[in-house]
Design a protein around this ligand. Structure first.
Ligand code: HEM
Length: 460
C-alpha cells in the first residue's frame, strides 16, 4: 500500500531516488526530501524502499508499545557483525536482551551514577588541563576530537576501570579510528545496492574486517585485565559477577564481549556529538552562554569540585543541551515495527513486522510542534511551561519505549557537568568564518569545529 505515501518525483530505474542524494549524507538528504514531501514519505535507494515518518501524530502512534516495537534494521542491523546480540543490536526476541537489561539496569541507578560522578570529574579535569595549555599557546581547540577523548575516557573509566590514555595522545586512539571506520562502513552499506556492495566496497570490507578484529582485541584485553583486579561494582563487574536476580542466569563470555563493545561505542560517540553541538551553539550565542554561565556561578558558587547533586540543579545548562539535541539528535532516528497487522494514521496498512524510520531530526523541527522558528536555537523552548504545553512524543533524542537508551541519565549528567565546568572556566569564541557542517557516520557530528578559548570576562 505504498502508493499513498509521497516519494520524490524523479525515480531512476534500478538505482531509485538518488537524484539530489549523496552517500555521505543520507540523513541530511532525507531531511531535504521530507520537508518537500510531508510528514510521511518514502525513498528508494537501490531496491530498498524506506518509509520515513516525522509527523507529530504519526510519531506518537509509533510510540505506542502495544502496537509497535523497536525494529533492528538498516544501520542497527549492519552493526550486528560487531555488536551481535548486545543490548543495542539484539532482536526483541533474543533472550540475552532481557537478561542483560536486567543485569545492567542497576548500573544506571542513582546510586551508581553518584559513584561515577567523581570519575567523570577527574576526566573533565584532564580535558581542562589540555585546554588550559591550548589557551596559553593561543591555539584553537578541536572540539569533536577533544569531546571524543573526554567521553571515551569517561565510559571506559566508569564502566570498565580502563584508561585509554586519550589525552596523552595527539592522534585519536586506534579504538576510535576502528570504531569510526566500522560506523561509516555500516552506514555505507545502507546506501549501496546489496548485490554490488561487495564489489564497490572491496577495499573498505577488508579494512572493516581489520577494524572489527581490533575492536574485539581491545575489548578482550579490557576483560582480561579484570581477572587481576576488582572494578568495585562497575558495569564489567556486574556482567562478570551478577546472576539474574530471579532466574540465576549469567551472561556468557561471548555476550559480555558484545556488551563491552556496545557500551564503549554507544557510551561515548553520541555524547561526544551532543557536547560538540552544544559548544557550537554556545559559541554562536553569547547571550545564551552568559545566562548559562551566570547560572553555574549562582548554583556552584566557589565550590571547586561540584557535587553530584549540584549538576541536576543547572536547569538552564540542561536546556541548552536539550535544545542542541533537538536540532541535532546525534542518533538521528530509530526504527519501529508493527507487532500485529495494523493501520498507521488510519490510512497506511502495515503487516506484522513492517517497519518505518522515525526521522528524529525532522520530527524535532516540525513547525506544527515547534513553531515557525523551529530551525532557530532557543533553549527557552524547554522552559517547564513550554514543555507541558507541547504534544507528547515530539522530543525523542533517546528513542522510545522498552528499547530506549539505557544510558540517558549517564549522558545527561556527564554532558551537563562538563558544560558547566567549561562555561565556568572559558569564554568560547567561534572561528569567524565557520559554518556548521554535519558529518554522518550513523551518528552526527559537527565537522571541523574549532573554538578559541579566552579567559572568561569578569561578571558584569
Ligand atoms: C539506545 C541515543 C548515550 C547506551 C539508544 C537509542 C537512542 C540512543 C536513540 C535507541 C536506538 C533504537 O531505538 O534503535 C543516545 C544519545 C546519547 C546516548 C543521543 C547521548 C547524548 C548513551 C550512553 C550509553 C548508551 C552514555 C551508555 C553508557 C545505549 C544502549 C542502548 C541505547 C546500551 C540500547 C538499549 C536497549 O535496546 O536496551 N541510545 N544514547 N547511550 N543506548 Fe544510547
Amino acid at each position: 500500500e505504498l502508493h499513498r505515501i509521497p516519494r520524490p518525483p524523479y525515480r531512476l530505474p534500478l538505482v531509485g531516488d538518488v537524484i539530489g542524494a549523496h552517500v555521505r549524507s543520507p540523513v541530511q538528504d532525507s531531511m531535504r526530501f521530507g520537508r518537500r514531501l510531508g510528514p510521511i514519505f518514502r525513498r528508494k535507494g537501490f531496491g530498498k524502499e524506506i518509509v520515513f515518518v516525522w509527523g507529530a501524530e504519526l510519531a506518537a502512534e509509533l510510540a505506542d508499545e502495544t502496537r509497535f516495537a523497536k525494529h533492528v534494521g538498516l544501520g542497527v542491523a549492519n552493526l550486528r557483525p560487531v555488536a551481535g546480540d548486545g543490548l543495542f543490536t539484539a532482536y526483541n526476541h533474543e533472550p540475552n536482551w532481557q537478561l542483560a537489561h536486567d543485569i545492567l539496569a542497576p548500573g544506571f541507578s542513582r546510586e551508581a551514577m553518584e559513584g561515577y560522578h567523581p570519575m567523570m570529574l577527574a576526566v573533565a579535569e584532564r580535558l581542562m588541563d589540555r585546554w588550559d595549555g591550548e589557551r596559553a599557546a593561543g591555539r584553537a581547540v578541536d572540539v569533536p576530537g577533544d569531546m571524543t577523548k573526554l567521553t571515551l575516557e569517561t565510559i571506559a573509566r566508569t564502566g570498565f576501570g580502563h584508561d585509554f590514555g586519550s589525552f596523552e595522545r595527539s592522534r585519536p586512539h586506534p579504538f576510535v579510528t576502528a570504531m569510526v571506520g566500522t560506523l561509516t562502513y555500516a552506514q555505507r552499506l545502507n546506501v549501496l545496492p546489496a548485490p554490488l556492495a561487495p564489489i564497490l566496497l572491496r577495499g573498505a570490507t577488508r579494512r572493516n574486517v581489520a577494524h572489527m578484529a581490533y575492536l574485539n582485541q581491545t575489548v578482550d584485553a579490557v576483560v582480561a585485565a579484570r581477572q587481576h583486579s576488582s572494578g568495585e561494582g562497575d558495569l564489567l563487574d556486574r556482567m562478570l559477577e551478577t546472576a539474574h536476580p530471579e532466574t540465576g542466569e549469567r551472561l556468557t563470555p561471548e555476550n559480555i564481549r558484545r556488551q563491552v563493545i556496545t557500551f564503549l561505542i554507544a557510551g561515548h560517540e553520541t555524547t561526544s556529538g551532543a557536547l560538540s553541538f552544544a559548544l557550537h551553539y554556545l559559541a554562536q550565542h553569547p547571550d545564551v552562554a552568559a545566562r548559562a554561565r551566570a547560572e553555574v556561578d549562582r548554583v556552584w558558587g566557589d565550590t571547586l569540585l561540584p557535587a553530584y547533586d549540584q549538576v541536576a540543579k543547572l536547569r538552564y545548562v540542561r536546556r541548552v543541551l536539550d535544545e542542541s539535541l533537538r536540532l541535532w539528535p546525534t542518533a538521528p532516528g530509530f526504527a519501529r515495527e508493527a507487532r500485529e497487522d495494523t493501520v498507521l494514521g488510519g490510512v497506511h496498512p502495515m503487516r506484522t513486522g513492517a517497519w518505518t524510520l522515525v526521522l528524529t531530526t525532522l520530527l524535532q523541527r516540525n513547525p506544527e510542534v515547534w513553531g515557525a522558528n523551529a530551525e532557530e536555537f532557543d533553549p527557552d523552548r524547554f522552559d517547564p511551561g513550554a514543555v507541558r504545553s507541547r504534544a507528547a512524543h515530539t522530543f525523542k533524542p533517546f528513542g522510545t519505549g522498552a528499547r530506549a537508551c539505557i544510558g540517558r541519565q549517564f549522558a545527561l549528567h556527564e554532558a551537563t557537568l562538563v558544560l558547566g565546568l567549561l562555561l565556568r572556566r572559558y569564554d568560547l569564541r567561534p572561528e569567524p568564518d565557520y559554518r556548521l557542517r554535519v558529518a554522518e557516520r550513523l551518528t552526527l557530528m559537527p565537522e571541523g569545529l574549532r573554538l578559541h578559548l579566552e579567559d572568561r570576562a569578569p561578571a558584569a
